[in-house]
Design a binder for this molecule. Structure first.
Ligand SMILES: [Cu+2]
Length: 361
């Protein structure tokens, strides 16, 4: 029983522990553009509905007046981090075993500052999957693992033959850690506003968002906790002038390997609800006798930000007993448990369950 529980809890912890993230900076040929041309989402939470217009450029995006100047044929680097305003390399760009492909799309628009994303997109970049031949696909190579190896940065080539003018550059990660459930795949999307100079007269075939993806696409509705023999990248094939490649087994390449930020961030924090999520001890919530709904939301989110040992415990709470959070917030619940003499045995049980997780160090 204990083994079953442990296995379940560990599996859930590993699978559900989320560390949401946001594409939030851009580089052009290794020159830092910071956040001046990104439509920054106000939350690092994922999209999960491929039929919503939000799949274009994310939900609750902040308007930005900047357009980054790019020449056709240039290399831009998209940059992702878990926390808004963070450009550090100390934590993974997208943690919590959020494995999946990294994509970039372009859409030709008349004015990138006002375009609503309803125009056609063509895929210019895909860094998807490669087998490591080591069991579950979690152990394989994924685009997001390369992002993590490269402090959140990845080079994307702007095709040299596309017409000059404004474009939306749509950067995307599809995290597949819970994609074995329908609508479980998590889409992390930001649109950058760019103005392309030079170029040619190519007119790549386009798709629209929503429409490009179905929730049943084999690359979206997929169990990566089992081994896979192939990965079928969702959406259109990459335009001939773009780049489709497998993730590196280790390290980084191109500009992404050497870029050091020179620009500070525009926004220190893009979380919306609550404050306490950012302190490392989230426990003030549990001890606070009068907690509120905002902190509840925050704690659900907080499940996604903590250190691994806390994540393990918290991940169980998030995944298995999510609605119990209300009770955990109520001091009377803890007093009740204490009076029933179950607190100590439960604590002992949890410690014993977590002890074998020494592997995770
Ligand atoms: Cu997440």
């Amino acid at each position: 029983m204990k083994t079953t529980f442990f296995t379940l809890a560990a599996a859930l912890a590993v699978r559900e522990v989320a560390a949401h993230a946001t594409f939030q900076d851009l580089w052009v040929n290794g020159v830092d553009q910071g956040q001046q041309c990104v439509r920054l989402p106000q939350s690092n939470s994922p999209l999960q509905d491929v039929t919503s217009n939000n799949i274009r450029c994310n939900a609750n995006i902040g308007a930005v007046s900047g357009r980054c100047a790019v020449a056709a044929g240039d290399t831009v680097s998209i940059e992702m981090h878990q926390q808004g305003g963070d450009r550090g390399c100390g934590s993974e760009a997208i943690g919590g075993a959020h494995y999946g492909p990294v994509h970039a799309y372009l859409s030709k628009v008349s004015d990138a500052r006002t375009a609503d994303g309803s125009s056609g997109f063509f895929k210019i970049f895909a860094n998807t999957w490669a087998p490591a031949k080591n069991g579950a696909a979690d152990n394989d190579y994924w685009g997001t693992k390369e992002l993590n190896n490269c402090c959140g940065k990845m080079d994307v080539t702007i095709p040299s033959d596309i017409p000059a003018g404004d474009y939306l550059l749509r950067a995307e990660v599809i995290a597949l850690h819970v994609a074995s459930g329908l609508n479980g795949a998590q889409f992390y999307v930001s649109c950058y506003q760019i103005t392309v100079s030079g170029g040619g007269s190519a007119s790549p075939a386009t798709v629209t968002f929503p429409g490009a993806y179905k929730n049943t696409d084999p690359g979206i509705y997929i169990d990566i906790h089992n081994s896979i023999s192939t990965y079928i990248d969702p959406g259109p094939t990459v335009y001939a002038g773009g780049v489709s490649r497998a993730p590196l087994a280790s390290g980084c390449t191109g500009y992404a390997a050497k870029e050091t930020p020179t620009k500070s961030v525009v926004q220190p924090t893009i979380y919306t609800p609550g404050q306490d999520v950012h302190d490392d001890d989230d426990r003030e919530d549990i001890h606070a006798p009068a907690d509120n709904a905002e902190n509840y939301d925050d704690d659900v989110q907080g499940c996604y930000d903590q250190r691994w040992w806390w994540i393990m415990l918290r991940g169980q709470v998030c995944s298995v007993w999510r609605d119990w959070l209300d009770r955990l917030h109520d001091l009377r619940f803890w007093i009740y448990l204490h009076r029933q003499r179950v607190l100590l045995p439960v604590f002992t049980f949890l410690v014993e369950s977590v002890a074998p997780l020494g592997d995770f160090k």
